[in-house]
Design a protein around this ligand. Structure first.
Ligand SMILES: [Cu+2]
Length: 122
């Protein structure tokens, strides 16, 4: 009986800790309202978006969400340049980054030699 209680208390404690962890979720999600999500779909040699401009803020978190049917690499022409290799499993893969100075930053697929999106950072 005592042992059962101790286990139960242990579980409750664990739950409390987990819940505490979750409770910080809503707080940080208010920050994530400022996240710019760029959905990128790559299928064969078709890429969406197709070179459109997208305005983002300096220092803003930019999430590149890549859904691709084959592995490849995304190139972000920021300074310094950033590269993200995606596996291309057909499931969305998220790459978080930010640009820390104003300007235009091209996001390209070198695999397909195409401009995907142009980030207009200000
Ligand atoms: Cu490039």
């Amino acid at each position: 009986m005592l042992r059962t209680r101790a286990v139960a208390a242990g579980i409750l404690l664990t739950l409390a800790v987990l819940t505490g962890g979750c409770a910080s979720g809503p707080d940080s999600s208010s920050d994530s309202e400022g996240v710019a999500t760029v959905e990128i779909a790559i299928s064969g040699d078709e890429i969406t978006p197709n070179g459109e401009e997208r305005a983002v803020a300096v220092g803003q978190e930019v999430d590149l969400v890549v859904t691709a049917d084959a592995p490849g690499e995304i190139h972000v022409h920021s300074d310094p340049e950033q590269e993200f290799a995606y596996e291309g499993t057909g499931d969305p893969e998220t790459f978080s980054m930010s640009i820390d100075r104003p300007g235009q930053v091209e996001v390209e697929s070198h695999t397909l030699d195409r401009l995907i999106v142009k980030l207009v950072v200000s």
